[in-house]
Design a protein around this ligand. Structure first.
Ligand code: NAP
Length: 248
């Protein structure tokens, strides 16, 4: 199947590394102009430079997605420059794992701010011009933790489950404007986020994955690229697990 994207601009948060970078590269290969957002200027700058060096179109924008006013300002600047962002991928995320009795309020708040509140701020900032164009894609990167729960991740699972509720409600609100809103729930994917897992943790996780291996960032990027394309026009309000069968 050939995917079509005509003159599309995408914004991918957390595009500096891991899954977000793979999503940015995959969209750029399809001819999409990609705004790479990450916390540090060097990280999103490197991602955008690599895309441009490979013949794609990308720019970098350092934004702390956990900071609502900073996101609002970035949205204003980007809309002044591009008029409309066609594809918004809310991917930036962090973990601060601990069992509930040891979790600090800061561990809780920073994970909720970065993973969930950020989605509210980006959508508030970018969705109105999409409604005027009667076209758009919002794709939220949640997690199997938000579906199944995970000991040590009450903060992260709550944020990721919140993203799923947000996705379904927003899909209902924006469907009349032909804007689709979907979520992708990765399982265990090889990135910096999971590189800290001890070997014995992996020994416990792998038997729970029917495909018996971790996924690649490109596995998530392939799903996101499809959902962002014109070919996914009739899909909205869904959560797609890409997890080697873990959460079936
Ligand atoms: P990663 O390798 O740790 O990369 C995270 C990216 O998010 C980085 O580019 C980072 O920016 C950016 N980021 C973090 N906090 C930010 C902030 N406050 N403002 C702006 N950017 C911020 O993570 P990943 O594994 O690719 O995960 C990407 C998404 O997939 C996350 O939402 C994660 O929860 C989800 N996910 C991952 C897995 C997995 O197994 N890896 C599984 C399920 C879900 P810098 O580069 O500037 O630090």
């Amino acid at each position: 199947m050939n995917l079509t994207f005509e003159n599309r601009v995408a914004l991918v948060t957390g595009a500096g590394r891991g899954i977000g970078r793979a999503i940015a590269e995959s969209l750029a290969k399809e001819g999409v102009t990609v705004i790479c957002v990450s916390r540090s200027a060097s990280s999103c700058g490197e991602a955008a430079d690599a895309i441009c060096a490979a013949g794609g179109k990308a720019v970098a924008k350092a934004v702390d997605v956990a900071n609502g006013p900073e996101v609002a300002k970035a949205c204003e600047e980007l809309l002044a420059e591009y008029g409309n962002i066609d594809i918004l991928v809310n991917n930036a995320g962090i973990t601060k794992d601990n069992l509930l009795f040891r979790m600090t309020e800061d561990d809780w708040q920073s994970v909720i701010d970065t993973n969930l509140n950020s989605v509210f701020h980006w959508v508030k900032g970018l969705a109105r011009p999409m409604t005027r164009k009667r076209r758009g894609r919002v794709i939220n990167i949640t997690s199997v933790s938000g579906i199944m729960g995970n000991a040590g991740q009450t903060n992260y699972s709550s944020a990721k489950a919140g993203m799923i509720g947000f996705t379904k409600s927003l899909a209902r609100e924006l469907a009349s404007r032909s804007i689709t809103v979907n979520a992708v729930a990765p399982g265990f994917i090889k990135t910096d986020m999971t590189s800290a897992l001890a070997d014995n943790a992996l020994d416990m996780i792998l038997p729970q994955i029917p495909l018996k291996r971790m996924g690649e960032a490109s596995d998530i990027a392939n799903m996101v690229t499809y959902l962002a394309s014109d070919q996914a026009n009739y899909i909205t309000g869904q959560v797609f697990t890409v997890d080697g069968g873990m959460a079936m």
